[in-house]
Structure formats: structure tokens, C-alpha cells
Design a protein around this ligand. Structure first.
Ligand code: ATP
Ligand code: MG
Ligand code: MG
Length: 557
């Protein structure tokens, strides 16, 4: 694999190996199964798997399932599919919930060391007592409970003697620490909720900040790579590892999360788009989810190259979504067969072509990759062209079809517009042309030149097809991505920014040899762009194509 972009984490790992601090590398990708993966997760996946790969290490897939309220095995299944599809095979497959017993034991150890206590304050009171950046926190009146009392209460919490929120277990660290995360963070809470994996075995659940370092240590993770929101939590991470006396000592390293223009990247917000019907499920082709990108037609190769090229740094800037488009074009250029499709059909009758005659023409499948060979396409007296390829009164420099003008039909003949047929309202409904037999493509005709080349589809054998065209799901370029700071007021703005015109469905025609295309097959439609066969909407003999990207872009790498 290639690793060309800058990556400060690679340097840390290299130093750790060179200095003998570590003798192997173990990373993990730790999604919470509370939604489908998005392209931000792809960045974390690529970083973790690539680094382990580079240093002959291992990578676990670990479900960070410590919050039963939001988690579901549907998500577990989808996440596994997506990681595999991106091209990665994990070493171990683990669930944080498998470690609940061990985590409980470590919590008891903390209590025994006088490093944790059961608190009866409510969540609001705990917040109040915590203080602010400029004000130190206040001790809870329960902070001085004896070890015996704490052991007893914690066991009774576990047995289910208390209701949700009645008590919590807190680490006893420092209520006046300048780092608020160290002001006696809650490490266990009561939640009488059925867990997707452990059922009703537990009614107390560890908090993320306590669970995560232990999960890493239990698995022998050496480098625990996460995003910069967790930077302030690193002292707590290290405290828990030290106080819980774990055998293995993982190191947390933070990088700046991936943000992309005109895209939301938070499972919670994506779930809202799904639940409130703004999109047709998590795999809607407009979604930045891995399943959405797959259904849209992006390839794993393009996604991997894209996230690698965005580099690994502490920075946060939003990456232009056109950069991903650039890489998918690069990937499909040599792979995708060329074909012709008409998205907005206009009938053309070639009046001097013999009625009832159909001839087969040779057409190259990919001029940039001649090994792909040729296909045969029919030509006859009636064809479809794009509505936008004809104008009755064209402006200057319009080189397509207009009365009296001659154009080339790709792979076929020159045709000249002689007449138009209009309906009662004056709309052009049909064009009458003549063709010149001498001008057949491949015949070497050089008698005269034309400026425009149009794509077309023979009308009698054309296969009806649908085309889904997309615009960004969000109108505004940038999104606030840190969940913790998202107040309900901002929430409204996010849904207000949903683009009402993000999907356009067109009914047109494709070449007859496209009748039985398979789901997920990708094509370049001449003059339009790259399209993917939609796996959900396509039915036998009636393909539906999703526009992946158009052909042209101003984006330059
Ligand atoms: P979200 O806010 O979308 O729910 P999350 O961070 O809560 O994301 P997790 O399931 O906890 O989702 O994420 C698994 C891993 O993916 C974590 O290590 C997380 O840091 C990483 N990750 C999530 N979003 C991004 C992103 N935009 N860029 C890079 N890494 C990300
Ligand atoms: Mg998370
Ligand atoms: Mg989240």
C-alpha cells in the first residue's frame, strides 16, 4: 500500500519502535453501534488499518457498546459490512460489553484504593458542583463516604436496588483541577435498559471515559487513535490506566476529524435525516454514509485514496467534496465501460433513412482502455437525442443541432436538421433530419467537418431507464460538527439547511445492451458522467442509474 501523505502518528509509532518503548503495534477501530458509518469513520478506519499494516501490526474491530439506549445489532451488522467493503480485514472482533465484568472489577479496585465513591447528587447537581473554567469545583457531600460504604452501595447499584439516576460512581481525582474532566468524573451510571448484547444482565453501565481506556488495555492496544475532541480527556485516560493497574499501557493519540463541505457528519444528525424522512434510509445515495456512497457508486479505492490524501494532522478544516469526486473519476476512468444514455429525450426522425431498416454499428467500449474491446449498437430511422442538444434559435457558438445545421452522431453518421414538428402549444416535439451515408464513422470520410458531436440512442430498441441526479443534501458549506456544543436552537438550523432539490429523477433511454445490467455496475455515459446501477430501485429490464459524478470539474489536486 502507498503511504505518501504527511502523518505525524506514523512518526510517533516509528519512534516508539526505534526506542524500544514498543516491540509491536496494535490499533483498533472502535465504532459505537448507534448508527451507520460515514466517511469520517472511513478516515479513522484507513488510519488505523494502514498504520498497523505498515508496521506489521494488528487492528481490531471493537464495538464500543456501553450505551444500551442507542445501540442496536442492525448497526453492528452494517458496520461490519462497511469495513469489509472498504477493503479491510480486522484481526480480533470484540464488543466492549464483553468486558463489563472486568470493568466492574476495576471499578471495585478503584473503590478499594479510595479512588472512587458512590454519589447521590443528581446529574444537575453534579454539573453545578463541577465549577467552570474560571471557578474551581466543590466537593460533593458524599465524597467522603468510607470504602466499606462505597463497596456496599456499588454492589447494590449493580443488583438493581436503585432507580435510574439515583446514584452514580465517580472517580475521586481533584475537584479543583484546571482540567474539568478530572473533577471527579462519573464512571458508572444506573440504566435499567436491555442491552443488545448482554440483555438484562447489567443495570449499571460504565461511562465512555472509563470504559475506553480499559477496552484498549484489555486488548493490548498500543496506540489508541482518536479525534481531537478527546484531547482534554487524555489525562483522565492515563489516570484510569494507571489507577486500574492494567497490564498493558495504551497511548492515546488525537488527530483532527474529517469534515467535508456541504455535508453533515454526525451519526445523530444523519439519523435525524433518516427518521424524519428527508432521505430514503441510511443508504440513500445522497448520504455521506459508507452505504450511501456505495449505493451512489463511489468505490472503496476512491474513498481510501481520498482519505489518505487528506493527510493526518491536528487540523480540522473542511475538505472540498470535489476532491472525492476527483478520485472517483480517476478510479473509474479506465474501468468503466462507455455507453450512451438519453436523460431528457427528444425524438429525431431521419427522413432519408430506409424505413424498417436497422444496422449495427461498432462502438469502442473505452477509448482510454482499448483492451475493453467494442460493442454493437443499433441505428435506424428513429433515434433519441437530448432536448438540450437542439435549439430552434441558437445563440452564437452553439454547435449542436439547429435548423440547417449539421452535426456528427457519435459512432454513426452526420445528420442535418431540416424541419421541426411542434405541438399545439408551440413546443418542439420532434426533429426531422437527413443523414449522409458517406459520413459513416470509421469510414475515413474527410469531405467536410462539423463542430458538434452528439450522443443518441436508437428509438425502437431503446431501453427505458431512470436517472437519479443529485445535489448536495445541505445548502450551507460548513457544519458545526462537535456534538457536545450543539444546542437545540442550532439543531433547527441544521434541518433548515436541507436542500429541497437534492434529488432529480429523469426518465430516459439507454442502449439495448444495457437492459440486463447488474446492481452496482458502473458506466460512463458519454458527455454526462459516471453512473452506478442502483441496487434497490433497479428491476429486471428496467435499470435505474445514480449519477456518481459528472465528467467535468474545476477541481485540481
Ligand atoms: P459521530 O459523531 O458521527 O457519532 P463518533 O465519533 O461519535 O461519530 P464513533 O462510533 O464513536 O462515532 O466513532 C468511531 C471512531 O471513528 C472514533 O475513533 C472516532 O474518533 C472516529 N471518527 C468519527 N467521526 C470521524 C471523523 N469525522 N473524522 C475522523 N474520524 C472520525
Ligand atoms: Mg463516539
Ligand atoms: Mg457520536
Amino acid at each position: 500500500m502507498e503511504h505518501t501523505s504527511s502523518n505525524f502518528i506514523r512518526n510517533i509509532i516509528k519512534e516508539d519502535l526505534d526506542s524500544g518503548k514498543r516491540n509491536h503495534v496494535m490499533t483498533r477501530f472502535p465504532p459505537e453501534p448507534n448508527g451507520y458509518l460515514h466517511i469520517g469513520h472511513a478516515k479513522s478506519i484507513v488510519i488505523n488499518f494502514d498504520l498497523a499494516d505498515e508496521f506489521d501490526g494488528k487492528t481490531n474491530l471493537r464495538f464500543d457498546d456501553t450505551n444500551p439506549l442507542k445501540e442496536d445489532s442492525e448497526y453492528v451488522h452494517a458496520i461490519k459490512e462497511d469495513v469489509k467493503w472498504l477493503g479491510y480485514n480486522w484481526d480480533g472482533l470484540f464488543f466492549a460489553s464483553d468486558y463489563f465484568k472486568e470493568m466492574y472489577e476495576r471499578a471495585v479496585l478503584l473503590i478499594n484504593k479510595g479512588k472512587a465513591y458512590v454519589d447521590d447528587l443528581s446529574a444537575d447537581e453534579i454539573r453545578e458542583y463541577r465549577g467552570t473554567l474560571t471557578e474551581p469545583g466543590k466537593d460533593s457531600p458524599y465524597r467522603s463516604r468510607s470504602i466499606e460504604e462505597n463497596l456496599d452501595l456499588f454492589e447494590r447499584m449493580r443488583k438493581g436496588e436503585f432507580g435510574n439516576g439515583e446514584k452514580v460512581l465517580r472517580a475521586k481525582i481533584d475537584m479543583s483541577s484546571p482540567n474539568i474532566n478530572l473533577r471527579d468524573p462519573v464512571i458508572y451510571r444506573i440504566s435499567h435498559t436491555t442491552h443488545h448484547n448482554t440483555g438484562n444482565e447489567w443495570c449499571i453501565y460504565p461511562m465512555y471515559a472509563f470504559a475506553h481506556p480499559l477496552e484498549d488495555a484489555i486488548e493490548g492496544v498500543t496506540h489508541s487513535i482518536c479525534t481531537t475532541e478527546f484531547e482534554d480527556q487524555r489525562p483522565l485516560y492515563d489516570w484510569i490506566i494507571e489507577q486500574c493497574e492494567t497490564q498493558s499501557v495504551p497511548q492515546q493519540i488525537e488527530f483532527g476529524r474529517l469534515n467535508i463541505t456541504n455535508t453533515v457528519m454526525s451519526k445523530r444528525k444523519l439519523k435525524q435525516l433518516v427518521d424524519e424522512g428527508f432521505v430514503d434510509g441510511w443508504d440513500d445515495p445522497r448520504m455521506p454514509t459508507i452505504s450511501g456512497l456505495r449505493r451512489r457508486g463511489y468505490t472503496p479505492e476512491a474513498i481510501r485514496t481520498f482519505v489518505r490524501e487528506t493527510g493526518v494532522s491536528k487540523g480540522w478544516g473542511a475538505v472540498d467534496s470535489q476532491m472525492l469526486d476527483y478520485f472517483v473519476r480517476e478510479d473509474l476512468k479506465l474501468k468503466a465501460p462507455r455507453t450512451m444514455g438519453i436523460l431528457r429525450p427528444l425524438k429525431v426522425v431521419i427522413t432519408n433513412y430506409p424505413e424498417g431498416q436497422v444496422e449495427m454499428l461498432d462502438a469502442e467500449i473505452n477509448p482510454e482502455n482499448p483492451d475493453m474491446g467494442t460493442r454493437q449498437i443499433p441505428f435506424s430511422r428513429e433515434i433519441y437525442i437530448e432536448q438540450e442538444d437542439f435549439m430552434e434559435n441558437p445563440p452564437k457558438k452553439y454547435f449542436r443541432l439547429f435548423p440547417g445545421n449539421e452535426v456528427r452522431l457519435k459512432h454513426a453518421y452526420f445528420i442535418k436538421c431540416e424541419n421541426v414538428v411542434k405541438d399545439a402549444d408551440g413546443n418542439v416535439v420532434e426533429i426531422h433530419c437527413t443523414y449522409d451515408q458517406e459520413t459513416k464513422s470509421g469510414s475515413g470520410f474527410t469531405g467536410r467537418k462539423v463542430k458538434g458531436t452528439l450522443h443518441w440512442v436508437e428509438a425502437t430498441q431503446a431501453v427505458p431507464a431512470e436517472f437519479n441526479l443529485f445535489e448536495p443534501l445541505l445548502l450551507s458549506e460548513t457544519q458545526e460538527e462537535v456534538e457536545e456544543t450543539t444546542e437545540p436552537a442550532e439543531e433547527k438550523t441544521f434541518l433548515d439547511q436541507v436542500n429541497p432539490n437534492s434529488l432529480e429523477v429523469l426518465k430516459g433511454f439507454v442502449e439495448p445492451n444495457m437492459k440486463d445490467v447488474s446492481p452496482q455496475e458502473k458506466f460512463q455515459f458519454f458527455r454526462h458522467g459516471y453512473f452506478n446501477v442502483d441496487p434497490k430501485e433497479t428491476t429486471k429490464g428496467h435499470p435505474v442509474f445514480n449519477l456518481i459524478v459528472s465528467l467535468k470539474s474545476s477541481f485540481k489536486l
